[in-house]
Design a protein around this ligand. Structure first.
Ligand code: FAD
Ligand code: NAP
Length: 313
């Protein structure tokens, strides 16, 4: 029986493992289907993690140093995909790919979320080279330069507003003439002089070269007219898929409370509605979707696991 099973080896999961093992738990396994590190390993640089300020280093370099430290105190890694978590009496049964079962007293799920892609030409080619899904991460790279934002939801408009305080101009491209975002958010955006709303339009193509994105071709879906706009930053906010599949039972029902968008509902201790089950990082409600906050969540969840097991004893 594991003291704690951690699912997902991004910043939240690795930090949870560090705190759980350094806090004295002997039997803790991190189930990560790939190499530990998480989403940030796909980033070319990270500028907003305090204590790490090296433009030459990639997200992969950054996370390599975490692994050595997080596995130092006895955390084990199984490179396996978790299919499902179920509560059986007082403990949990974790089903791994291939059908193997593992028992654990507590579980911390840290499987993250995946920003959706919009599907235009050049989106994948220039992802991380001008196309981004994170304004907090990458907005500063376009200081005093124009950028494009795609999407008409709350995230797109809130992030457009954030970018408008950094960038010279923000062109918000939305496929309809009505916005999904809350009316006060839309009004706030409309009042900002350097935000320009381009409605009934989609990104036809993102183009560029070896150095990255050079611009976008925007198509008006009503007239078919294509406008070319030269700017080197394009932010795509067309929704997120929360990686919450491990928390669904055989009938597809969630084993703990989630909100309408599938984000796991936790309290400030990262406790879910199911005793002994914790969730941390990008998959939880109100997640700022930053490495520093995912790591913070992981530490909180692990400290709660230590208290929970102490109480069981
Ligand atoms: P993740 O990092 O998403 O890790 C989840 C892990 O769970 C993954 O490794 C995945 O393989 C694993 N997993 C999922 N399902 C299963 C399963 N069923 N079984 C086993 N394993 C599973 N943040 C910043 O603070 N600064 C930045 O500059 C920055 N730049 C970014 C650039 C890019 C390109 C991207 C994509 C993100 C960036 N972020 C940045 C955001 C940051 O990476 C995330 O907020 C952070 O990684 C979230 O950590 P997490 O541990 O919650 O989840
Ligand atoms: P969302 O509400 O699903 O909005 C996604 C936007 O992207 C929509 O405008 C959609 O257009 C557009 N879109 C989707 N696929 C596209 C594609 N392939 N090409 C072009 N455009 C595409 O997602 P979100 O903004 O991330 O918000 C998710 C949830 O979190 C929402 O319920 C939101 O209210 C909530 N949220 C709340 C707050 C807040 O309360 N402060 C902040 C952020 C998010 P259509 O409108 O035409 O479908």
């Amino acid at each position: 029986m594991l003291d704690c099973a951690i699912i997902g080896g991004g910043p939240a999961g690795l930090t949870a493992g560090l705190y759980a093992t350094r806090g004295g738990l002997k039997n803790v396994t991190l189930f990560e289907m790939g190499m530990p590190g998480g989403q940030i390993t796909g980033s070319s640089e990270i500028e907003n993690y305090p204590g790490f300020f090296d433009h030459e280093k990639t997200g992969m370099d950054f996370m390599n140093t975490w692994q050595e430290q997080c596995f130092h105190f006895g955390l084990k890694h199984e490179m396996k995909r978790v299919e499902r978590v179920a509560k059986t009496g007082e403990h949990f049964t974790i089903t791994l790919e291939g059908g193997e079962h593992v028992e654990a007293l507590t579980v911390i799920t840290c499987t993250g979320s995946t920003p959706r892609r919009a599907g235009f030409n050049g989106e994948d080619e220039f992802f991380g080279k001008g196309v981004s899904t994170c304004a907090t991460c990458d907005g500063f790279f376009y200081k005093d330069k124009p950028v494009t934002v795609l999407g008409g939801g709350d995230t797109a408009l809130e992030e457009a507003y954030y970018l408008s305080n950094i960038c010279s101009d923000v062109y918000v491209v939305h496929r309809r003439d009505e916005f999904r975002a809350a009316p006060p958010t839309l009004e706030r955006v409309k009042r900002k002089e350097n935000i320009h709303l381009i409605t009934d339009s989609v990104i036809e193509e993102a183009y560029g070269g070896m150095m990255g994105l050079d611009g976008v071709k925007i198509k008006n879906v009503k007239t078919g007219e294509i406008t070319q706009m030269e700017n080197s930053g394009l932010f795509v906010f067309v929704g997120h898929n929360v990686n919450n599949g491990v928390l669904k039972d055989e009938n597809g029902e969630f084993i703990c409370d989630v909100n309408d968008w599938g984000q796991v509902i936790v309290d400030l201790s990262m406790k879910t509605s199911l005793k002994g089950l914790f969730a941390a990082g990008d998959m939880r409600i109100e997640a700022p979707k930053q490495v520093v906050s995912a790591a913070g969540d992981g530490s909180i969840a692990a400290l709660q696991v230590l208290s929970y097991i102490q109480e069981l004893d």
